[in-house]
Design a protein around this ligand. Structure first.
Ligand code: IPM
Ligand code: MN
Length: 360
């Protein structure tokens, strides 16, 4: 049976707690099929060594089957230009490994109460596909700062970049059962095509790609309007594709409607590599106290298993992904162990052992 080399980067803050938790759950689900290799990186590592992403860590990531990351970033650890060092760990990995699709499932699990009234388990179930290698982030570290008087960051769209993330979104819609509201396979293009040419270009390229997917409905929503729609008609959405910065913003809003960032998983994938991490940050205020919820990182681990299964035609990995997700949902549904971010008092280790028991 094929085994998979998984590079794990705990990073900073709660990363050192939630990452080992996910490794324990994935080990319970997959046994010897996964070989974990711990690697350094993050803001604390930068303070010690000057490197947020050491060369040997990047080399291990490049040779790996997948990367599992905790979280990165520490307050006050910034570059001279004022931007945060810790974020550079996964931004460098995104750009160097060309992880162009940042996949953010937004799903209301049993046992989790949405702040939106009247929505029960499974009634909200869509995926945000955020372009992850260009848009406004193309200017990270490259903006213009003239004498501290005029500062600009340019939003960059390329035909290749938009086309491949749109195609990814449409193919994802083909693999899903359709929107909860009407069962329609749908890709919603989120942009501000009414105002900026770059977003009009984004929309035009997505429309071109749509022509290859007559079985998938195409829908359009401006980035401001969709923030209202995600609150008032979340069941209408199936797959949403958005430029980098807009995707960053609406994915947190979406996560907020299904329990928050403590339950928000992410898969950052390209054609050859994948990085999996919770969508939350390093939460230094609760780090080292066993208070963090490992759920987002564990669910990101399930996304990793599913991605490995699809890439390698390995049905056992896809089955293991389903078992991990079912175990998480059964623990949340039972309500005996509820993490703090969802209103309970369960510790990181208590959530981990409860999910491992549910798996066994
Ligand atoms: C995210 C985060 C990152 C981003 C930061 C930590 C670099 O907000 O993954 O959503 O801005 O993409
Ligand atoms: Mn974000």
């Amino acid at each position: 049976m094929q085994t998979y080399q998984i590079v794990t980067i705990d990073g900073d803050g709660i990363g050192a707690e939630v990452n080992p938790s996910a490794i324990a759950v994935l080990g319970e689900a997959c046994g010897e099929r996964l070989r974990f290799l711990a690697a350094d990186g993050g803001a604390a590592h930068y303070v010690k060594t000057g490197a947020v992403l050491p060369a040997d860590t990047f080399a291990a990531c490049r040779e790996s089957h997948a990367i599992l990351h905790g979280a990165a970033g520490l307050p006050g650890v910034t570059y001279p230009d004022g931007t945060e060092v810790g974020n550079d760990l996964h931004l460098q990995l995104r750009f160097k490994l060309d992880l162009y699709a940042n996949v953010r499932p937004i799903r209301l699990y049993a046992g989790v109460t949405s702040p939106l009234t009247g929505w029960g388990a499974g009634s909200i179930d869509y995926v945000i596909v955020r372009e992850n290698t260009e848009g406004l982030y193309a200017s990270r570290g490259a903006g213009v700062n003239l004498r501290g008087e005029v500062v600009t960051d340019t939003l960059v769209m390329t035909r290749k970049g938009v086309e491949r993330v749109a195609r990814f979104a449409f193919n994802l819609a083909r693999r899903r059962p359709g929107a909860r509201r009407d069962g329609q396979r749908r890709v919603t293009v989120c942009d501000k095509a009414n105002i900026l040419r770059s977003y009009a270009f984004f929309r035009a390229v997505c429309n071109e790609v749509a022509a290859d997917f007559p079985d998938v409905e195409i829908d359009h929503a401006y980035a401001d309007a969709i923030t209202v729609h995600l609150l008032k008609k979340p069941d209408f959405y199936d797959v949403i594709v958005a430029e980098n910065m807009f995707g960053d913003i609406i994915s947190d809003l979406g996560a907020g409607t299904v329990g928050g960032l403590g339950i928000a998983a992410s898969a950052e994938v390209g054609d050859t590599h994948g990085l999996f991490q919770g969508a939350h940050g390093s939460a230094p205020d609760i780090a080292g106290q066993n208070l963090a919820s490992p759920v987002a990182t564990i669910l990101s681990g399930a996304l990793m298993l599913r991605w490995l299964g699809e890439r390698h035609g390995d049905a056992t990995m896809e089955a293991a992904a389903r078992r991990v997700e079912t175990a998480v949902e059964s623990v949340l549904a039972r309500g005996e162990h509820v993490p703090r971010d969802l209103g309970g008092a369960a510790t990181c280790t208590e959530m981990t052992s409860a999910i491992c028991r549910a798996l066994a």
